[in-house]
Design a protein around this ligand. Sequence first.
Ligand code: NAD
Ligand code: TYD
Length: 354
Amino acid sequence: MSILVTGGAGFIGSNFVIDWIAATGEPVINLDKLTYAGNPGNLRTLDGDARHRFVRGDIRDCALVAGLLAEHRPRAIVHFAAESHVDRSIHGPAEFIATNVDGTFALLEAARSHWEGLEGQARERLRFLHVSTDEVYGSLAPGDPPFREADAYRPNSPYSASKAASDHLVRAWHHTYGLPTLTTNCSNNYGPFQFPEKLIPLVIGNALSGAPLPIYGDGLNVRDWLYVGDHCAAIRTVLERGRPGGTWNIGGWNEMANLDVVRSICRLLDEMHPGSPVVPHEKLIHFVKDRPGHDRRYAIDAHRIERELGWKPAESFESGIRRTVRWYLDHQDWVSEVSSGAYRAWIEKNYGAR
Ligand code: NAD
Ligand code: TYD
C-alpha cells in the first residue's frame, strides 16, 4: 500500500511526509511542482529511502496524475499543494486561482476517474483528503465563538477565497459523484521548514541579523497557532478514522495576538542567542502599514475532531515555539539556501513601500 501526497516539498507537506514514513512505514509518492515554496532539501533525511518517491510535476498535469494513480494505486491522496501566502495573493492572485482552484479541480477529476475504475476493497478504501485552512470562515470579532465546521464561509483574501472555492469543489465531488473525500480546516501552523516569508520564521531571521521586525497595523490581530507536528498527526487521524464526506476543524486552542507571538520569540532569542547584534531583541519591533483587508481574528473550535476521532495537540505554544526557535538556530544553512535572490526581491516588494 502507498499514499500519494501533493505539495510534499513545502512546509507542512514535507513535515507530513517525514512523520508519515516514521509513524507508518508506508511508502509515499510525493508530487510537487517545486515553486519558490517547495524545497527538495526539506526531504534530505529520506535520501536513498525506497519508501519515498519524489516526482516533480504540476497537479494540473492530468496525464501525469492519472499515470501515477494507475501505476501506484495509492490508497489515499493527501492534497497539500497550494499557493499559501496571503500577502503574495494580494500582489498576484492569478497563481492562487490556477493552483488552488483549477489544480484542485484537476486532481479531483483524476481521483474520480481512477476511483470509478476500481473495484472491491480498493474502491472501498480510497480516500481523498483535502488540506484546507480556517481562513475560509473569514474574520471573528473579539467576543465571537471560535469557528465551527457548520459556520458559513466568508473568505476575505484572494488566498482564502481560492481555498474556499477548492473546499466547495471537494464537497460537491463527494455529494454528486460519491468520491470519498475528507476535508480538514486548520489554523496557523509553525515549526521546522516554514518558508521565511511567514511571520514566525521571518521574525526569527530578522532578529538574528538585527533587522526590524515588521508588525502589520497595531499587532493585535489574533491567530490560533498550532505546531506543525500536531497538524500532521491530526491529518493521519482523519485519514484513518474520518467518515467520508466529513470536515474537521483542527486547532490548538491557542489564540495569540501577533505582538505577543513576536515578543515571545524575542524573549527566547534573548536566552538562546544572546550574541545577536541587537539585544534585547524586542528593540527591533517596528510597526508598519497594515495588510489590506487584514482579518482581525481567527480561532478554531476543535471539539469535533477531539470528540469523534480522539485527536488532541501534543505541544503547547511554549514547547512548540521553543523547539521551532531551536530548529531555526540549528538550521541557518537551510534558511540561506531558501532565501535566494527571488526571495529578496519579494521582501523588497512587500516591505519596501510600507
Ligand atoms: P507551502 O507554500 O509551504 O507549500 C506548498 C507546496 O505546494 C510547495 O512545495 C509547492 O512547490 C507546491 N505546489 C504549489 N503549486 C503546485 C502545483 N500546481 N502542483 C504541485 N505542487 C505545487 O504551503 P504550506 O504552508 O505547507 O501549506 C500546505 C497546505 O496546507 C496548503 O493547502 C495550505 O492552504 C494549507 N494550510 C496551511 C496552513 C499554514 O499555516 N501554513 C494552515 C492551514 C492550512
Ligand atoms: P502569516 O504568517 O502571513 O499568516 P496568515 O496571514 O495566513 O495568518 O501572518 C500571520 C499574522 O502575522 C497575520 O496576522 C499577519 C501578521 N504579519 C505581520 O504582522 N508582519 C509580517 O511581516 C507578516 C509576514 C505577517
